[in-house]
Structures are given as structure tokens and as C-alpha cells.
Design a protein around this ligand. Structure first.
Ligand SMILES: NC(=O)c1ccc[n+]([C@@H]2O[C@H](COP(=O)([O-])OP(=O)(O)OC[C@H]3O[C@@H](n4cnc5c(N)ncnc54)[C@H](O)[C@@H]3O)[C@@H](O)[C@H]2O)c1
Ligand SMILES: N[C@H](CO)Cc1c[nH]c[nH+]1
Ligand SMILES: [Zn+2]
Length: 426
């Protein structure tokens, strides 16, 4: 990890930078794949799947038998764990169900707002280096609760052209309507344009690597909404001498193992934690199956000594981490001042993995500083709000003159007349 001791504010820019592929090259590739899919549909999808996933896929769509039979291929313990996580995710998201807002803004002028589900949603499930079946729960359960009619799932096939059975089981369990064996840019392109096999959707959800994230951002320019840019995982931990180095390092590694472009930042408030963290990293990293990935991510990650509370808080808000672990005595100072973060984990016994899998909160979260302007996935993301108004005769008499004056002042005569005619009729 890159070590920085009480860095000056001028140096924060470098410390808050994320590792990223060159955006121009990424965008060029996305445009090329998108154009091929728009022109050639499934043929292009299958061809890019061969190039990027090294997989020959016969039928892009998983059959009902594949979905129903997936449960036989995974252990009962895993199925029970998925159901436990699913129940918690359902509880937390169902509690977010929006209520009808109804206000009589003045006598005879009734306004209200109702919620409707987005009818057809696409959910992307990462599967490049690890089959993230937990993401199926995070996206399909809130989609179901919101009442989305079609839930289309895309995930990369393995080298044999198959989808991991835990992803299929979770999809079946969470009520996904159709599953497709396609990943990366080609998955996002397919859901953006629609192909012979894969339906076009109204909104695309889900995390992914930098290719997926760049493709989602392009989709927004082509008329398809997205949840947010949810790219390579990141974590910021803040610890004082009440924090345990062993736990902190296990959390840092949990996000570092996602990908070489993951980034973790550890801010310590006391110098004595620095050697403990460094030692723990040496202890814990070598035994991880994904140590090579985690090591690369750790190389560009940062260990920062910052002793002043206000500096720490300002740095955290500037970085806007996807995940923030807070392990300090004066936790309320940070909780009250926190402005930008995807999801927060408080105290020594709240590992970040809890939110990744089973506490109930959503793990699809904004990265790369987008926590400054985006929320993580929640029920609202699957819904639209429609506003209604009904004005009585009494109401139009009261509100009408104000509308006439405003329309006149904007030099929009037809707007004014729409009111005047009604007032004259009364
Ligand atoms: N922010 C969040 O909420 C969140 C949640 C979970 C996971 N993640 C992140 O999702 C990512 C998952 O990444 P992944 O790679 O394992 O799976 P992925 O499914 O996102 O990407 C795999 C696909 O990328 C494409 N691809 C790979 N190399 C390519 C290349 N050179 N050119 C073109 N396309 C290429 C392939 O089509 C492949 O199917 C990780 O970065 C992880 O940190 C983020
Ligand atoms: N930490 C990821 C979000 O950045 C989510 C995840 C899924 N599985 C394990 N982790
Ligand atoms: Zn994770």
C-alpha cells in the first residue's frame, strides 16, 4: 500500500484518484460493439462472446429446465444461505415501499403523487472472474417488490457456454423472468437495442467491470436509463486505536480481491496502527486463493495517517467511497458530518461482507466518486412517480388569476386563454 503521513490538502487529489482504463479506448470499443449489435443482433452478440469470453454459446437464452434444475447442482447449505439473505434483503427493501402523497395545495386544488413500476428492467450480473449470484438477490428482489413485469437477466457464460448454477438458482428463487448467457459490453448493448433473442429494456441495473460500466453510460445516451455507474469495488476504512488491525485488513482484502482495479483506502488516526496493518497484510494476503488479484489492487491502494478529525471527515466526503467502514470512538462526529458514501458499516463487528451478502442493505452502489450524486440501488430505482391534479370550479376561480398573470408575463397567450375561457364559463 502507498503510505502517506498527514498529507497536505494539496496532495488529496492524488490520493482520491481511482485506477482507471483509458476512457477514450473504452468508449471506442463500446461504440464498435454497440454498432455491430444494432446492425447484426444475435450474430454479433455470439461473435463477441467468442472473442471476449472465449465461449461458444448455442442458445443465448437459458431454458426453463436449466433454471428449475439448478438447485440440484448446489448444496442445501448454500440454498439455505441464499434464502436467509433473500429474506433480509426483502424485509429491508419492502420497508422502503413508497406511500401516496396527497395535498390540497389550496381549496379546490388537489395534487397527488403515485408510484408505478418500470415495466421491463434488465439486470446485469457480473461473472467475469467470480459468479456474483448475490447480485441477483440485490436486483431481482427489489424489482419484484416494486412490481416490475419483466426482469431480464444477463450474465457472462463460462468457457463451456454455461451459467453458474448458483446464479440460475438465485434467478429462479427471486422471480427473474428470462436469463441470457451474455456478459460485458455485448450484454448491455443487447438490452439497449434488443436482438432476436434478447429484449430491449427500459432501464439497466447492476454492477460490473469498467467495460460494463462504460457500456451502461453509453446506453443512457441511447434512451435507456441506468441505475448508476457501479464499477470496480472500493472501500475506505477509518480506524483509531479501538479498531482491530486484523479485522481492518480482512475487510480491505475482501474488496481488493474483487479485481485488480479495485481500490481500498485505510485511514488510521494513530501511528501505532500503521505497522500492525502492514504486518496483518503480510499475514493474511498469501493464503487467499485470489492473492494475485488482491495484491495488485493493494499495490495501488493507500494507507494514510490522518490525525485531525475534521481532515478525516473532509477527505472521506471528498473521496465519496462506495463502502465506508467506521471504527472509531467518536463515531457520531463522523455519522453527523458524513455527506458522501454508498453504504456505511459501523464498529468492529460489522464487516463489509455483511452488506455484500446478507444484512439486507443493497450492495449495488455508486463507485468512482459517484456517491456524491447517486444513491445505491433501492426501491425507488425500480419505480417512477406520476403526479396528478384535479381542480374544482372553486379551485380554478382561486388559482386562475395567478396563472393568467404568469402566462401573460411569459408572453404565452395560449396558456393564459386556457384559463380565461374556463373562468368566463363560470
Ligand atoms: N459497485 C458495485 O456495486 C459492485 C458490485 C459487485 C461487483 N462490482 C465489481 O464488478 C466487477 C466484476 O467484474 P468481472 O470482470 O469479474 O465481471 P463482469 O461480468 O463485470 O465483466 C466480465 C465481462 O467483461 C468483458 N471483458 C473482459 N475483458 C474484456 C476486454 N479486454 N475487452 C472487452 N470486454 C472484456 C467480457 O465480456 C466479460 O464477460 C468487479 O470490478 C467488481 O469490483 C461492483
Ligand atoms: N462488494 C461488491 C460491491 O462492490 C459486492 C459483492 C458481491 N459479492 C461479493 N461482493
Ligand atoms: Zn464484495
Amino acid at each position: 500500500m502507498i503510505l502517506a503521513k498527514n498529507p497536505s490538502r494539496q496532495d488529496w487529489g492524488k490520493l482520491t484518484q481511482r485506477p482507471a482504463l483509458k476512457q477514450q479506448n473504452l468508449n471506442q470499443l463500446v461504440n464498435e460493439v454497440f454498432q455491430a449489435i444494432r446492425e447484426e443482433g444475435d450474430r454479433a452478440v455470439l461473435s463477441y462472446t467468442k472473442i471476449f469470453d472465449k465461449a461458444e454459446v448455442e442458445n443465448l437464452k437459458a431454458t426453463p429446465e436449466e433454471l428449475a434444475g439448478a438447485g440440484d447442482k448446489i448444496s442445501e447449505d448454500l440454498k439455505a444461505a441464499i434464502r436467509l439473505a433473500g429474506a433480509n434483503i426483502e424485509k429491508f427493501h419492502r420497508a422502503q415501499t413508497p406511500t401516496v402523497v396527497e395535498v390540497e395545495t389550496m381549496p379546490g386544488v388537489k395534487c397527488w403523487q403515485e408510484t408505478r413500476p418500470i415495466e421491463r428492467v434488465g439486470i446485469y450480473i457480473p461473472g467475469g472472474t467470480a459468479p456474483l449470484f448475490s447480485t441477483v438477490l440485490m436486483l431481482a428482489i427489489p424489482a419484484q417488490i416494486s412490481g416490475c413485469k419483466d426482469i431480464i437477466l444477463c450474465t457472462p457464460p463460462d468457457k463451456n457456454g454455461q451459467i453458474n448454477p448458483a446464479i440460475l438458482f438465485a434467478a429462479h428463487y427471486a422471480g427473474v423472468t428470462q436469463v441470457f448467457k451474455v456478459g460485458g459490453i455485448q450484454a448491455i448493448g443487447s438490452m439497449t437495442f434488443g436482438t432476436e433473442s434478447i429484449p430491449k429494456v427500459h432501464k439497466i441495473f447492476g454492477p460490473g467491470n469498467q467495460y460494463v460500466t462504460a457500456a451502461k453510460q453509453r446506453a443512457t445516451q441511447l434512451g435507456v436509463a441506468i441505475d448508476m455507474p457501479a464499477g470496480p469495488s472500493e472501500l475506505l476504512v477509518l480506524g483509531d486505536d479501538t479498531a482491530k488491525a486484523e479485522f481492518i485488513v480482512s475487510d480491505l482484502l475482501s474488496q481488493a480481491e474483487h479485481g485488480t482495479d479495485s481500490q481500498v483506502i485505510c485511514i488510521v488516526k494513530t501511528p501505532s496502527l500503521i505497522p500492525k496493518i502492514q504486518e496483518e497484510l503480510l499475514n493474511q494476503l498469501p493464503s487467499l486463493p485470489r492473492k494475485e488479484i488482491a495484491r495488485k489492487a493493494i499495490e495501488h491502494s493507500k494507507l494514510i495517517l490522518m490525525e485531525d478529525d475534521q481532515d478525516c471527515l473532509d477527505f472521506i466526503n471528498e473521496y465519496a467511497p462506495e463502502h465506508f467502514i467506521l471504527c472509531v470512538e467518536n463515531e457520531s462526529f463522523y455519522l453527523n458530518g458524513l455527506m458522501n458514501a454508498g453504504s456505511v458499516f459501523i464498529g468492529n463487528y460489522t464487516p463489509e461482507s455483511a452488506g455484500d451478502y446478507a444484512s439486507g442493505t443493497n450492495h449495488t452502489l455508486p463507485t468512482n466518486g459517484f456517491a456524491k450524486s447517486f444513491s445505491g440501488v433501492n426501491i425507488d430505482a425500480f419505480c417512477k412517480k406520476i403526479t396528478f391534479q384535479k381542480i374544482s370550479e372553486e379551485g380554478i376561480k382561486r388559482i386562475g388569476p395567478a396563472i393568467e398573470f404568469m402566462a401573460e408575463a411569459e408572453q404565452l397567450k395560449a396558456h393564459k386563454l386556457a384559463v380565461t375561457k374556463r373562468l368566463l364559463s363560470l
